[in-house]
Design a protein around this ligand. Structure first.
Ligand SMILES: [Zn+2]
Length: 83
């Protein structure tokens, strides 16, 4: 198994997480995740992070300060994501 950083598929992974791949591209990404430990870890982390952000932004009362921090952390996350 190749454990080296895999910058080539990082963009593919982001698109996969965003659900922007077509069916065959998504299959390709899944096959790659099966064989690439680095991307699998990245994927798990990103997915957990996004789930956490969504939960935090949508379900839990939060100080404006924390909201700003979280939003700054990931510019693509905003309270609008849960609508
Ligand atoms: Zn990879």
């Amino acid at each position: 198994m190749n454990e080296a950083p895999c910058p080539k598929c990082e963009s593919l992974l982001q698109l996969y997480l965003d659900g922007e791949l077509n069916e065959s591209e998504a299959r390709e990404a899944e096959a790659h995740l099966d064989g690439c430990g680095y991307c699998r870890r990245q994927y798990r982390f990103e997915r957990a992070f996004r789930a956490y952000l969504r939960k935090t932004l949508c379900e839990e009362p939060m100080s404006a300060e924390l909201k700003v921090k979280l939003t700054a952390l990931r510019s693509d996350a905003s309270p609008g994501d849960c609508l």
